[in-house]
Design a protein around this ligand. Sequence first.
Ligand code: ARG
Length: 459
Amino acid sequence: MDKMWSGRFSASASNLLDEFNASIMYDRKLYKEDIEGSLAHAAMLTKQEILTTEELRQITDGLNQVLSEIESGEFEWKIGDEDLHMGIEKRLTAIIGEAGKKLHTARSRNDQVAVDFRRWVLKRNLDIVGALKLLMKEILVVAEKHTETLIPGMTHLQHAQPTNFGFHLGAYLAMFKRDIARFEDSYKRNNVSPLGCAALAGTPHNVDRDMTAQLLGFDSVSVNCLDTVSDRDFALEILFNIATMMMHISRLSEELVMWSSYEFGFIELSDEYSTGSSIMPQKKNPDVPELLRGKTGRVYGSLMGLLTVMKGLPLAYNKDTQEDKEGVFDSVQTAQISLEILKEAIKTMEVKAHNMESACAVGHLAATDLADYLVEKCDIPFREAHFITGKAVAKSEELKIDLSDIEFKYLNDIDSRISEDVLEFLVLKNSMNARTSAGGTATVRTKEQLEQFKTFLEG
Ligand code: ARG
């Protein structure tokens, strides 16, 4: 009968229940936030003359001792204590006695867990932003070197139009920049203090919620206590933000895997970030991007898991909510290691520019340019220009050459309105550089885009 809530019970909890009910083995990760929250709460209770200065001193010293016991590994985490909140409070009371029992005045575990977990998640939003910026910086270094390196732009994984590799990487920079905005936005929106909401309805004690909010670094206090103790939007948001970021990482990873293949040969991952085969001695496998692609699945799982946990819960707190943490811890850890390893893999990979450029010489990448030429120089309606270009492509196929290598006479045979200046339009580099519309692939435009990302990263 050593439970903190044992007053109304006449039999002890079964060991099986203890094991099933406890979160202490994983929520102990929140120990810093829990102790900081208690210190702020105790300081506020003292200012409001609910605790004496002497009681505050004892609580502060006691909590600091608990903190050092946890950090040195001495602290005994017991399943029977259920969660970290009770484990820490119990130890505090064992150290300081009566004053420890007063700490929970005007507080419930419901607002306590809400404040601890929220603060932990808020900080991780910012950590991930930092790691994303480091990744973007490495991608930018590679992108800036390759604003003239041709690469086949694709749709449906078929050669479409020539672009440059810097532009291609710029697409990922744009995605990661939006991801950063999402993490920052979640941070701002959710930076409100739950402390003082108590179990669900607030408290009759004369608490100062603004004071604890300020001590804990929140921008303001939450508006409705009933909402606050059951709200886990902040956790869902970081899971969604991570899931979306991992989706972007996974798309880039998929390209890295393809580009590492013999068939593409666009990049080679460094030995440090590749693995071998246990049977085939010649193999060099892109395990890093493959695993990044794979880990995206578990992160999606955590998001779906928590959405499902929350969907049927009546107000306010329900024990189901305790299932909010492990998926978030796992996703955050996955996000952090993924960002780190992707950054290193990109930093150390070799870009095989020559192969990217040779790949552009097949697949008639300049076909749209021929159609655009017919529209612009010969005043032919686009649909007709498309048809004529189709004929030129068919002719090239028949000649077993790429459209960019076709001789003028064949084009002129197809349509006599075509004059010799057309050949300039079919040069692949010219094709890439012709796309000067805002956001386009032309080297000048690509450089402008990369400059914007650079300014963003420096800011
Ligand atoms: N371990 C619980 C959780 O993580 C803490 C809150 C428990 N509150 C309660 N009334 N049972 O959700």
